[in-house]
Design a protein. Sequence first.
Length: 334
Amino acid sequence: MKRLSLLLILICSINCQSQINSKMSTSKTNPLLCDPETGTCEMPANEKTNKNNTIPTENKPVKIIYYTDPICSSCWGIEPQLRKLKLEYGTYIDIDYRMGGLLPDWSYNSGGISKPSDVAHHWDAASLHYEMPIDGNVWIENPLDSSYPSCIAMKAAQIQSKDKAVKFMRILREKLYLEKKNIAKWENISEAASLAGLDTKKLKSDYEGDAKLLFQEDLNYARTLGVRGFPTLCFSDGTNNQLTVYGSKPYASYENALLALYPEAKKKKIANENPLSLFEIYPTLAPKEYAVLLDISYDEAKDILENLFKNGELNKKSIKNGVLYSPDKNQSSE
């Protein structure tokens, strides 16, 4: 049964990759044009290297290499699924966050996008598709020249603490998608780092030094693995058994990949007796995240959260395409 599951998912993975390769061979796609059908923000094609691609595990049975980028809207779209996977199977998985460098600069001017303001409508559409809050007007009011600064900052944060780095990236994304902050600017990077509990002076030093090398290592490793779009999650049991899930997919896709590699994994029940209990783990939650975590409908999640807000138990940040709730407006989480 395990072999059958592995085979089925491998076939799906290969088909997904071939679809990406086919699309990319016919046109030069702007990486910010994330495709809702595949759930992937695609990069220009790179040849896969012939190096040994075995992904070793460390302290847990399954290692996940997660290729992402702070400005990847499809990656923001899988936050609900990723948070659920951590809660239900965190005992069995170690997630290694790798930076993809989605937007080096504005030389990628095809696919209907030639300037930052062209991205605004696309991000608004992505927000509706993923049911996650995104205000595309950041590309009109405060556009980014590149995602490289935030990627390098993430590598600098990881030097200090992997856990704080994940919190840091969440805060960066909230600043970008909800507050319309340009997270390529150091002032916004530094503020996010401070909120995540990082040493901002050390972050600056590492940002200007070792973090650049670590980011380049991520870019090189992406070519080794054949990563050409984000999000990409490569699951490994430490042997040659590896499964890859490309793009934004339903939660079951990520869960099934894990169980195919480690059938012994037991799902942890998410406590929901207290409607506020999830905020003790994730201090900021969008309705979609709340819904996915508790296996309830989006509308039911909205009603619960809005009632908590009306009762003075939650704060909320509303934008044109959604809302984010928190018990403390100054907090964020991984």
